[in-house]
Design a protein around this ligand. Structure first.
Ligand code: DGL
Length: 268
């Protein structure tokens, strides 16, 4: 692989577009190969073995595409990164490590996290944040159905708000958080809902830091593309390509170069 190789980005569904758009914003010369496993989402309530089995199949596919790095845009898959991060010939970036790093300099002693049931139960954010900021209290709560609504494009307040309110109110009952990590790639799509419901809370999108970490790694290893290429975004999904075409602009990804139906995953 070399600087002309693409960057791989993958997720259980369309949520990883929120990471792809940050990669694009920060590294406009790079080509992106995206895989979203919408046929098998939500991952956030699957068993560990199943999540790992699915993730490995996607990573093997990205290896055939000779990616130079892979962004695990999915928080749920990132909770298991230590099981697979050394098994592929490219560096793999966890969105949770990025999310934890982005609270390092925060002027606060507590932070909230919302995510899938698997992510919250794993306590991966708690562990990683405490490693960086032992003084920080981390309070997490799940939104069990939210990613499914977002993946299907259903952002109606009467559908989304109750999920958000149950989770965030339970966090606020434990600590007066002023910062909330969006610990699922699908959640930046409901930022407006959260800003309306909780105007005093600042939202943290880990995808921003993940893209920054990738850029810094590529730059340090002479892999950053600097040839004036107009970067492309190729979207691949086990789900419905028409829905991906419809969702891409909403997630800030306009004009993908291709949208393909591609099944590389089979659950256990
Ligand atoms: N996008 C996944 C994440 O960041 C959640 C969606 C799902 O449950 O599949 O955790």
């Amino acid at each position: 692989m070399d600087q002309f190789s693409p960057i791989g980005v993958f997720d259980s569904g369309v949520g990883g577009f929120t990471v792809a758009r940050q990669v694009r914003r920060l590294m406009p010369n790079e080509d992106i190969v995206y895989y979203g496993d919408s046929a098998n989402m939500p991952y956030g309530s699957r068993a560990t073995d199943d999540i790992l089995h699915l993730a490995r199949q996607i990573l093997s596919y990205l290896a055939t595409r000779r990616v130079k790095v892979a962004a695990v845009a999915c928080n749920t898959i990132s909770t298991l990164i230590n099981y697979y991060r050394n098994d592929y010939p490219f560096k793999i970036f966890s969105v949770i490590e990025a999310g934890a790093a982005s609270v390092g300099d925060l002027d606060a002693d507590c932070v909230g996290v919302i995510g899938t049931p698997v992510t919250v139960k794993s306590k991966a954010y708690d562990r990683l944040i405490r490693g960086i900021r032992p003084d920080m209290k981390v309070v997490s709560a799940p939104c069990p159905l939210l990613s499914t609504y977002v993946d299907a494009g259903d952002l109606r307040p009467e559908v989304v708000d109750p999920e958000l309110k149950t989770a965030v109110d339970s966090i606020l009952a434990e600590a007066p958080v002023k910062h909330l990590i969006l610990g699922c790639t699908h959640y930046p799509l409901v930022s407006e809902h959260l800003n309306r419901l909780y105007p005093g809370i600042e939202l943290i999108d880990p995808g921003i830091e993940q893209a920054r970490m990738i850029k810094s790694y590529l730059s340090d290893n002479d892999l950053l593309r600097d040839d004036g290429n107009h970067g492309t975004v190729e979207l691949n999904t086990s789900g419905n390509p028409a829905q991906y075409a419809e969702s891409a602009p909403r997630f800030g990804l306009s004009a993908p170069s291709a949208i393909n139906k591609l099944i590389v995953t089979k659950p256990l």
